[in-house]
Design a protein around this ligand. Structure first.
Ligand code: OVM
Length: 414
């Protein structure tokens, strides 16, 4: 028994569990445009209805309270990733691309690929990039101050990561548009066969072959994350084909995430000028400001897991084969976990936020994301006197990413 959202293409197919005893049924589309663009009311209602809800439209369980979301996300034995982290159960439906060999696998195999990626983006490897990240951030902020008024989505949130990350990977051909479009495919593919997924997937013929080509060893510089990954193939730790797949993971997960996280952080500073003042007064708040912006906006709003066995979470029965939508954005705003949860406070230091996930699958690139944000926020703290909206911010719906479509701003110098 399974749900097929689109029977011809079999997109989003998974086992259609019935509502478990005692789990409230909620007739909502969590992939609706309005929910995805402005999710806060949905987050609050999801938490209020119970530790889990059953969503009949997709025969799906969903959780958004902090303890349960953290438990499902942490326990890789009961809640596996190898059956896909979107709506599709890879046991039932062939995924749109060969599965990621780090995201969409379980232990023991996972430990092998994870170790290579951890090494490639180690604190030492990232520290070596610090001064070039800072130079690029200083130069970009200077240009934006000269412009005065600009759209912070293309001109800052997209411009900065695409100016430093491809080089850090070792790409020798940089095509920001294709990198961004591939990210949109990978993340929207986690949802149902809606317009968001279809529009993103339509770029496939232009984008996928280009991405795969950039993953080849001959294409990569000898000093990036990619080179470290291929060095692990030389030592026999992984195969050359696995090395190419891990470079693909860098390009899948490293662009749209940081673009979204940086854009949303800038939005926070524009919306909460008192917090910008605190950052200007103490540029060392750059790191905690980014963490708080991640908690506050959750750029990756949800990922799924699949129950590999019947179990219970906080007494709630979870049937075997259930897909569980873990709404990280809801957990990061749970008022039972976070005092004054809906306040953006750059001195909060929100240890344990779920914006990078948690557990063995927690974001392996988080040091890189932090280094990018740190450089940019340090440049802003040192150079920017005020940030004002120059028009209405527009949020863009996404099946897994919550990010801005447009953010018109005016920067004035310090
Ligand atoms: C990957 C990957 C890793 C993390 C997130 C992601 C859904 C992809 O390994 O391809 O986006």
């Amino acid at each position: 028994m399974s749900v097929q959202i689109d029977s011809a293409k079999r997109v989003g197919e998974h086992v259609a569990i019935p509502p478990p005893d005692g789990v409230p049924v909620w007739d909502i589309d969590p992939y609706g445009d309005d929910v995805l663009a402005h999710p806060e009311a949905y987050y609050a209602e999801l938490r209020a209805r119970g530790p889990f809800v059953y969503i009949p439209r997709y025969a799906l369980l969903a959780c958004g309270r902090y303890p349960e979301t953290r438990e499902v996300f942490s326990d890789w034995q009961r809640f596996v990733s190898s059956r896909g982290v979107g709506l599709t159960d890879f046991k039932l439906e062939k995924p749109w691309r060969p599965p990621s060999i780090i995201l969409e696998v379980d232990p023991p195999y996972h430990a092998r690929t994870r170790a290579v990626m951890t090494r490639a983006m180690s604190p030492r490897a990232v520290a070596a990039l610090k001064s070039s990240f800072q130079d690029a951030a200083d130069a970009l902020v200077d240009r934006l101050l000269e412009k005065g008024t600009f759209d912070a989505v293309p001109d800052l949130a997209e411009a900065y990561p695409t100016s430093v990350f491809p080089r850090a990977v070792g790409l020798t051909e940089v095509d920001p548009r294709r990198l961004i479009d591939y990210g949109a495919m990978v993340f929207n593919a986690l949802g149902p066969d809606n317009v968001l997924r279809r529009n993103a997937m339509a770029k496939g013929p232009d984008v996928v072959p280009w991405i795969m080509e950039q993953c080849r060893r001959e294409r990569l510089a000898p000093d990036g994350f990619g080179a470290t990954i291929y060095a692990a193939a030389d030592s026999g730790e992984i195969t050359p084909d696995e090395a190419a797949m891990l470079v693909r993971s860098l390009l899948s997960a490293g662009v749209d995430t940081t673009v979204s996280g940086i854009g949303s952080t800038i939005w926070c500073l524009a919306m909460y000028p008192a917090e910008l003042e605190r950052l200007k007064a103490n540029p060392r708040l750059a790191q905690p400001a980014f963490e708080e912006a991640l908690r506050f906006t959750s750029p990756v709003h949800s990922f799924c897991r699949t129950a590999n066995q019947a179990t219970t979470v906080n007494g709630v029965p979870i049937p075997q084969d259930a897909k569980i939508l873990c709404v990280l954005g809801a957990a990061n705003l749970d008022p039972d976990h976070w005092p004054t949860a809906d306040r953006f406070d750059i001195t909060r230091r929100p240890i344990g936020h779920l914006a990078f996930g948690v557990g063995i699958h927690g974001c392996v690139g988080q040091n890189v994301a932090r280094a990018e944000a740190d450089a940019l926020l340090t440049a802003i703290a040192n150079k920017v006197g005020s940030i004002a909206l120059a028009g209405d911010p527009v949020w863009r719906p996404g099946n897994a990413i919550h990010a801005l479509e447009r953010l018109p701003l005016t920067f004035k110098a310090k």
